[in-house]
Each structure stands twice: as structure tokens, then as C-alpha cells.
Design a protein around this ligand. Structure first.
Ligand code: DGI
Ligand code: FE
Ligand code: FE
Ligand code: FE
Length: 187
């Protein structure tokens, strides 16, 4: 599917601010894909669609988890954790996107996971550092993303875990598995 058609699909599903964020993720992901030799078209598609389920009703998302046999660990969590896996589900069954690499990049864009592909890393990182993101500490993350994809992913997941702990927020198991993976040491 072409960029314009995908953008038209997502636009009515989110507020203007989220749409602008999505454009930022798309542009950042394409630049990172070019830099690191990853398929730019796949990066574009995953980026455009990554937050398309963010504003859906949580009970509807849980129903999909149950009916479609998605990971049952998702069930107690809110839309922050559900929207990636649900976006992947809708991309596959409503838009006919069958490419698992693209679907996984969407599916794991919030939590990360152990053993991420470079496309998954690019979407995770682009989501965090796109130009509209303003949080303290974003600038060093942007700098590292220019230099080394693996190091950038490590820095991003570290930042996320630190943020969650500091805010006393619960941490989804995949986020922890992702963090441990990037420490790169024996457990
Ligand atoms: O959808 P976005 O806002 O663009 O970004 P996102 O999908 O990466 O993250 C959505 C929110 O989820 C953000 O506020 C950070 C939060 N988050 C990420 N990992 C975890 C998490 N929240 C909890 N409770 N646990 C996690 O493991
Ligand atoms: Fe998201
Ligand atoms: Fe993110
Ligand atoms: Fe996002």
C-alpha cells in the first residue's frame, strides 16, 4: 500500500497531535533505515501504522486478545501496552499486511523484546526520538541513533525502564526481557 492511502487510513483514528507524531516517526524511521541498510518501505509502513490502535476502547482490544489467541499476558494491561499488538492485528486482517517483519515492528514498538530485528529497533527508536518528542534526555538518544543502532536501542530501553521505575509504573515482562537482552551479559 502507498503512503497516502495508509495515512488516510490512520488519520481519522487519532487526534491531530498523534498524527503529527506519526509523521515524525515515519520520517525518522526512513532516515534510520537508509542509514542502517534496512528496507525503507517496510520502515515507512510500520511507522505509519504503529499507533493506529492507540485510541481504541480497551475492552474491545481485550476481546481481540481473547478471540484471536494473542498473548494472554496482555489482558490486565491498558491501551499503552495493548495498542501495539492490536495495531499489528488490524494491519494484518484489515489492511492485508502479511509481512511478519512489519507486523513485529508494530507489535513490539512500545515494549521492545529480546532479540529485536533491526527494523524493530528502528521503529522503537524512531518512536522515541522523532522531532516532536521533547522529554529531558532525548537529545543524547538522537545523537547515539546517528552513530550505532544497537547502542541506541540499549540507551532507549534503559531510558524507558528508568522512567517507568521512577514513576512507579508497572513494567510489562517483554520490556524487562528487552532490557536484559541489551545488557548482553549472562543472566
Ligand atoms: O504510543 P506512544 O506514546 O507513541 O509511545 P509508546 O507506544 O512507546 O509508549 C506508550 C506509553 O507506554 C508511554 O507512556 C510509555 C509506556 N510504556 C512503555 N513500556 C511500558 C510502558 N508502560 C508501562 N506501564 N509498562 C511498560 O513496560
Ligand atoms: Fe505507541
Ligand atoms: Fe516508544
Ligand atoms: Fe508512537
Amino acid at each position: 500500500m502507498e503512503r497516502e492511502a495508509l495515512l488516510e487510513y490512520i488519520r481519522p483514528r487519532m487526534p491531530e497531535k498523534r498524527y503529527i507524531h506519526t509523521i515524525g516517526v515515519m520520517e525518522t524511521a526512513i532516515l534510520l533505515a537508509e542509514k542502517y541498510g534496512v528496507d525503507t518501505k517496510k520502515a515507512e509502513i510500520a511507522a505509519i501504522l504503529h499507533d493506529m490502535a492507540k485510541y481504541e476502547e480497551v475492552e474491545g482490544m481485550r476481546a481481540i486478545v481473547r478471540e484471536q489467541g494473542l498473548d494472554t499476558r496482555l489482558l490486565p494491561w491498558g491501551s499503552e501496552i495493548l495498542h501495539g499488538p492490536i495495531a499489528a492485528y488490524r494491519a494484518e486482517f484489515e489492511l492485508g499486511i502479511k509481512d511478519e517483519a512489519i507486523l513485529n515492528a508494530m507489535r513490539y514498538h512500545t515494549t521492545g523484546r529480546a532479540g529485536m530485528s533491526r527494523l524493530e529497533q528502528i521503529i522503537y527508536i524512531a518512536d522515541m526520538i522523532e522531532p516532536n518528542r521533547k522529554f529531558p534526555g532525548v537529545e543524547p538518544l538522537r545523537q547515539i541513533a546517528e552513530e550505532d543502532l544497537q547502542k541506541a536501542m540499549k540507551a532507549c530501553i534503559h531510558h524507558s525502564i528508568l522512567f517507568l521505575v521512577t514513576a512507579e509504573l508497572p513494567i510489562y515482562p517483554l520490556s524487562i526481557e528487552c532490557y536484559n537482552d541489551y545488557l548482553g551479559e549472562e543472566l
